[in-house]
Write a protein that binds this ligand. Sequence first.
Ligand SMILES: Cc1cc2nc3c(=O)[nH]c(=O)nc-3n(C[C@H](O)[C@H](O)[C@H](O)COP(=O)(O)OP(=O)(O)OC[C@H]3O[C@@H](n4cnc5c(N)ncnc54)[C@H](O)[C@@H]3O)c2cc1C
Length: 404
Amino acid sequence: MSRIAIIGAGASGLVCAIEASRKGHVVSVFEKNSKVGRKILATGNGRCNISNEKINISRYHGEAPSFAKEALRRFDTFTCKAYFRSLGLEMREGEEGRLYPMSHQASSVVDMLLHEARSLGVSFLLESEVLKIEKNSTEFVLHVKDAKQTFDACVIASGSVAMPTLGSSGSGYAFAKALGHCVIEPYPSLVQFICDEPHLKEVSGVKVDAGVELYIANQKRQSVQGDLLFTAYGLSGSAILDISRTASKAFVEGESVHVVVDLLPNLSREALSSLLQKRLTCAKGKSLSLWLEGIIPKKLAHFIVENTKLTPIKEASTLGAKEMKKLVFALKSLPLHVKATKGFESAEVCAGGVDVRELDAKSMMSSKVKNLYFCGEVLDIDGDCGGFNLHFAWASGFLVGQNL
Ligand SMILES: Cc1cc2nc3c(=O)[nH]c(=O)nc-3n(C[C@H](O)[C@H](O)[C@H](O)COP(=O)(O)OP(=O)(O)OC[C@H]3O[C@@H](n4cnc5c(N)ncnc54)[C@H](O)[C@@H]3O)c2cc1C
């Protein structure tokens, strides 16, 4: 039986605490917030996209993503569902294999984890920010406010710097560095884009299923189809989150970024041209934007007319072949310059983090400091949108807890 300190009562820390306690250890969890699992409560718009039916190593990224294989093997989707069921939580499947609690409330996930941890005797020290970790020959000394406490093993489960309002402070990176580890410089991922296009504000709130191509330094790098949400500052939605990691890295490297949006991805250019031609029969007496409202949302119709500078055309029925071509181009290949991402403040996760090449993949123990472990987002492993990040947090917390 050992005294274990876990820094962070988030997704990875909670599962780690449960597993460590089940092994008979005395577990203390330090959490700087006044309640546990604050980030979990914000996930999936409060519904918590716990995991995904299609968990696969290809959905994870970092300098050495294969590191995550062992954690995902030991804690796959099947195990994840069984694990939460054993805690009393049923799941339901949503779009694209996403798994949610049946209650559709993130709070159910936190409540079940907390109940289990407390029943096992885990101590939660809330409003207890760990300020420093020292390692002497046998023990870890944790500095919290004016007090010091000693432990036999220490788990850093303190998350990243994404969305600091929920508790992320990047302290895990500082602890890792102070204990001799390398940290891959973090950058925001699963994050929205800021655009400086004129008139974009006018389409704020419009959501469409779109094709989005990402260009870095004018080279096409990624192509996705999914929800695209126009906002007052720029672009959001799952299609943007899916390409945001690559864009964010490009900004770090000083490259230019733009996207090309296909507002009607399920129609080929030819099919759209012939549809527009056919629709000229109902164009008489209609302004161009009213006529376009027959196929795209009203605000977007106005935006396209302004953006293609077709405003002088007062009636849709007077559209010539040249203008028709311009319109098809605008609807299928709308270029938008991206100025920046919304940054760490709005990012769902961080790419980068503690270099996993300095850890043992089977236990997640440091190869530099005996009995020092890391789990969750503090590591240089980040997943795609769709439950992959929480899954890695549970899986890595599980692996550490079982190996302590
Ligand atoms: C808005 C939002 C929505 C998201 N939605 C989803 C989703 O639906 N599905 C999905 O898979 N992923 C989602 N994610 C990502 C997912 O929430 C994280 O990847 C996951 O919570 C990481 O777990 P963690 O345990 O590593 O860190 P966290 O959950 O961030 O927990 C770390 C904890 O450590 C505490 N802490 C930090 N430093 C210290 C310190 N020095 N002393 C004491 N305590 C400290 C923090 O307060 C925090 O509570 C979302 C993220 C955000 C921000």
